[in-house]
Design a protein around this ligand. Structure first.
Ligand code: UDP
Ligand code: MG
Length: 315
């Protein structure tokens, strides 16, 4: 059964000279039960020996290819390019630093063969310092709540996809952290399996403490470009409505107090001014929503919905 599938392994690489040869050996070893596979290195602007090492590996094995970027564009762009180039039915992504274990690849593939569209690794026993583990727990919790996708480890480097998934998602910036969420929003089935994780033995991490900060902006990008992008007025309008209701309360209360208790308006002066300001804020949110709707209408960039068209005429 395994032989029927073609498999593409995508490896984003930024200065990982220490681990590449071992990664290649461990991957070939784990892939030997499959007859048809390719391994694509995406060199995301390395300036160490990485590129020479990858080219050497490609010279000796025609299943290996190297795509070299002009400069460092980031992991999301590297993966995205890999997705474009991949020829396999099943696409695997794996980090180049050997923290992900290539021996797990067959288990991911089996899970895809069971029928899942996306299988995400879960580094349950994560071998990284607490300074990485704790922000990551928070990140995963928030992402789980916002997206409704029930997995523990959105940002695991080791994942498997059906071809149709990688050909229909577009990632850039920091969005690689949200691929399961983006795929889930598009209606693909997403699951996870626990995978072995190892300490970083070679080179050093490319991400510092500011990733959590960037991560939350990316969360908004992901939420907007997915679910809300088609209806900004619904999102901004709800916020606007909330402010307008509050402001109405602020204006009605002094009128009520005057009519019922005879309290003069001057007593509630601050509240009346506050209400007027909040009303302005509400209108502002409404306008932003309306502008968003106009933009979408003018640019015609609402999300693509049609997967394919099938009719007798085309046969
Ligand atoms: N990486 C990349 N471009 C970047 C940053 C990282 O291609 O701009 C690669 C890196 O070489 C590694 C993977 O992405 O293969 C994950 O990076 P890293 O191991 O530094 O992340 P961490 O495991 O510390 O979260
Ligand atoms: Mg790593």
């Amino acid at each position: 059964m395994t032989e029927n599938h073609s498999i593409s392994i995508i490896v984003p690489v930024l200065n990982e000279e220490g681990s590449l040869e071992k990664l290649y050996l461990e991957s070939t070893n784990s892939l030997k039960i499959y007859s048809n596979w390719e391994l694509i290195f995406i060199d995301d602007g390395s300036d160490d020996e990485s590129n020479n090492i990858m080219r050497k590996l490609a010279d000796n094995d025609d299943r290996v290819s190297v795509i070299q970027f002009f400069k460092n564009f980031g992991k999301a762009d590297a993966l995205s390019e890999g997705f474009k180039q991949a020829k396999g039915d099943i696409i695997i992504t794996i980090d180049a630093d050997l923290q992900d274990d290539p021996a797990e690849i067959p288990r991911l593939i089996t899970k895809i063969q069971e029928g899942w569209d996306v299988v995400s690794g879960w580094k349950k026993d994560r071998k990284d310092p607490a300074s990485k583990r704790i922000p990551s727990k928070l990140f995963n919790l928030v992402t789980r709540i916002f997206t409704g996708i029930k997995i523990h480890d959105f940002n695991c480097g080791l994942k498997a996809y059906r071809r149709k998934v990688v050909k229909s998602i577009d990632i850039y910036g920091g969005l690689h952290r949200y691929i399961p969420a983006i795929a889930g929003q598009k209606g693909f089935s997403v699951t996870e399996i626990e995978v072995n994780h190892r300490p970083r033995e070679f080179g050093e991490t490319k991400y510092g403490g500011n990733r959590l900060f960037h991560g939350f902006f990316d969360l908004f990008t992901m939420l907007f470009t997915g679910k809300y992008f088609d209806r900004p007025l619904h999102f901004f309008g709800s916020i606007g409505l909330f402010f307008i209701i509050i402001s109405t309360g602020c204006e009605i209360f002094p009128i009520y107090d005057k009519l019922v208790n005879g309290i003069p308006f001057q007593i509630h002066f601050a509240l009346i001014v506050f209400g007027a300001m909040v009303f302005g804020l509400g209108l502002w949110f409404f306008s932003i929503g309306l502008l968003g709707e106009l933009l979408i209408k003018a640019s015609g960039t609402s999300e693509k919905k049609i997967h394919s068209v099938y009719s007798k005429k085309q046969k």
